[in-house]
Design a protein around this ligand. Structure first.
Ligand code: DAH
Length: 381
């Protein structure tokens, strides 16, 4: 017969002793029968459960029912029994067989839900946090910038949302000049009420930062400008409406085209290996005069135009890769920044960082850089 808390006929010491003894005996017997986690839980609820637990019952039936003059004595015994019952319940927990939980190792259990030892399989692999790494385009920009930093250039940056003045006019693209058509521009809407030079657009090149820097700095100036630019080009394997450039500018007394050639030749050898050659051919940019395009000998086929018996695709079998635009700063530009073209001269250059990254890493589609697929990006980790 399971133990139930009896009502007491009297509250004499002898009756109390007897009742306590019976309770203890039942407690001992039932705790010995606890084998599993489930047994233990019902044992615990039966003895110390708030609603109908044995302890609650003795409180009700013994202590509360006791006459005033016996309360002290009864209270003491009830307290002793409480201590003994809770200690036994605690103790009987150790040694219970825990049925292994079918669940996977519990991740993120809170402090209030103790982890049952067998539910945690410590042989399972841990949570590995993937290591981040520099994006290949950003890495390429850093490499280019560091080549010029080693030559004493400092780094400047400017806004991506630019005014017509800095993007075009001060770079010697007059309003309505056809040279503007070479840079398909994304204009910010609803700017018509402003004077043209204040209208906003997404900069089409990093060259406006040349002007912004010369406005705030007197010569000598030696700067590199890494940054993001936009053009209204539909995306395909070699075009993206957003891409990256690194621009350079050196202005001082007596800077010549020889300085331009020497500097860029050195930079290309630092970037692509000491055996590459450079070659310049005439070009046109409104803000340089004379202007040139610079080629480097193909660092993939070594300038032969062939890879084994296959044609070399990156250089289109020519042995040369067009890498940047450059030239001597047009004297008209100095007029916009209050430099005296009779006293200073300088050169500038600009290159596409994405294109260089494509060539360096042998990537065949520029879109891969920007659609955020980690399987692609992981390869550069
Ligand atoms: N801004 C030019 C472009 O995006 C590139 C360029 C050419 C920059 C010649 C220069 C330069 O600084 O001198 O097409």
């Amino acid at each position: 017969m399971a133990y139930t808390v009896p009502k007491l006929k009297s509250f004499s010491a002898a009756t109390l002793d007897k009742a306590a003894e019976k309770l203890q005996a039942a407690l001992k017997q039932e705790s010995a029968a606890v084998k599993t986690e489930a047994d233990w839980k019902s044992f615990r609820d039966r003895w110390i459960g708030r609603k109908n637990g044995v302890l609650t019952e003795i409180n009700e039936l013994w202590l509360k029912a006791a006459p005033k003059d016996a309360k002290r004595e009864v209270g003491q015994r009830v307290n002793e029994l409480k201590t003994s019952v809770t200690a036994t319940v605690e103790k009987s927990r150790t040694g219970v067989t825990i049925v292994p939980a079918p669940a996977v190792a519990k991740v993120g259990v809170t402090m209030s839900t103790p982890v049952e030892p067998a539910a945690l399989d410590i042989t399972l692999p841990g949570i590995r946090r993937p290591l981040g790494s520099e994006h290949p385009v950003i890495r390429t920009m850093h490499e280019i910038v560091s080549v010029f930093r080693n030559l004493g250039y400092s780094v400047e940056e400017g806004p991506v949302i630019e005014t017509d003045y800095y993007n075009f006019e001060a770079l010697n693209f007059p309003p309505n000049h056809p040279a503007r058509d070479t840079q398909d521009t994304l204009f910010i809407a609803r700017q018509e009420s402003k004077p043209q030079r204040e209208r906003l657009l997404l900069r089409t090149h990093t060259s406006p930062v040349q002007i912004r820097t010369m406005e705030k700095m007197k010569p000598p100036v030696r700067i590199v400008i890494p940054g993001k630019v936009h053009r209204n080009d539909p995306p395909d394997a070699s075009h993206s409406p957003m891409f990256h450039q690194v621009e350079g500018l050196a202005v001082d007394a007596n800077i010549t085209f020889c300085d331009l050639k020497g500097t860029l030749d050195h930079a290309m050898k630092a970037l692509f290996g000491s055996s590459v050659k450079t070659s310049f051919r005439p070009s046109f940019f409104p803000f340089t005069e004379p202007s040139a395009e610079m080629m480097v000998s193909c660092f993939i086929c070594g300038g032969s135009g062939k890879r084994g018996s296959e044609p070399c695709r990156p250089c289109k079998q020519t042995g040369w890769i067009e890498i940047l635009g450059c030239g001597m700063v047009d004297p008209n530009v100095y007029g916009f920044v209050d430099y005296d073209p009779k006293k200073v001269s300088g050169f500038a250059f600009g290159m596409g960082a994405d294109r260089i990254a494509i060539l360096k890493y042998g990537v065949d589609d520029i879109q891969l850089f920007f659609n955020g697929d980690v399987r692609f990006l992981e390869q550069f980790g």
